[in-house]
Design a protein around this ligand. Structure first.
Ligand code: ADP
Length: 190
């Protein structure tokens, strides 16, 4: 069983690459952002709570996020592995994920981070906002807040797995295929 954390700032291309990795390796892609947007679309209490944080570019509280993630994992008992996209985003989430996998006698195989600089992210997300319909993509202030939250709360997760010898970084700039080739090679070696 291979479990991958696909890491990197908002707009670094995690979702795009995860879809292709899912096909190539037969793994299951779990995006917490997509799960939240699905809850919002269905107007569930969880969605209503999440929306107030997401629209400001803040993180949804760990207590909500971790439970939702575990439920999703448990829906897939027979998988080759998961690609976690947008999770863990805090040290507390990383610790919860490790403890949860340990109970199943499993663990994270590796974390791969896509490196993209801040100004490129702002350009990409504003562009995505023109068609994505995502409120958090159409406002530069919200985008800059997401980048700030990433730096303060999420980037320590890279170091957390780096201390376990599990983190690596790949340049997230270039064509989708170029990035996918590098990523695919790295996943194969995990
Ligand atoms: P992006 O990677 O472009 O920021 P996502 O779809 O991953 O987009 O996330 C959108 C928003 O959903 C985040 O800004 C945050 O509010 C919320 N979110 C997603 N994943 C998490 C998480 N693991 N913990 C807390 N909030 C999350």
């Amino acid at each position: 069983m291979k479990h991958l954390i696909l890491f990197g700032p908002p707009g670094s291309g995690k979702g795009t690459q995860a879809k292709q990795l899912e096909e190539k390796f037969g793994m299951i892609h779990i995006s917490t952002g997509d799960l939240f947007r699905n809850e919002i679309g269905n107007n569930t209490p969880l969605g209503i709570e999440a929306k107030s944080f997401m629209n400001k570019g803040q993180l949804v509280p760990d207590s909500v996020t971790i439970g939702m993630l575990k439920n999703k994992v448990e829906m897939h008992p027979d998988v080759k592995g998961f690609i976690f996209d947008g999770f863990p985003r805090t040290i507390q989430q990383a610790e919860a994920l490790d403890a949860f996998l340990k109970e199943r006698e499993e663990s994270i195989s590796g974390l791969i981070s896509l490196k993209v600089d801040d100004e490129e992210i702002v350009v990409r997300l504003l562009e995505r906002g023109k068609t994505s319909g995502r409120a958090d993509d159409s406002n530069e202030e919200v985008i800059r807040n997401r980048i700030k939250v990433y730096g303060e709360q999420t980037s320590p997760v890279y170091d957390y797995y780096d201390k376990k010898g599990k983190s690596q970084e790949i340049l997230g700039v270039g064509t989708i295929d170029e990035i996918f080739n590098k990523l695919g090679d790295a996943v194969e070696k995990l």
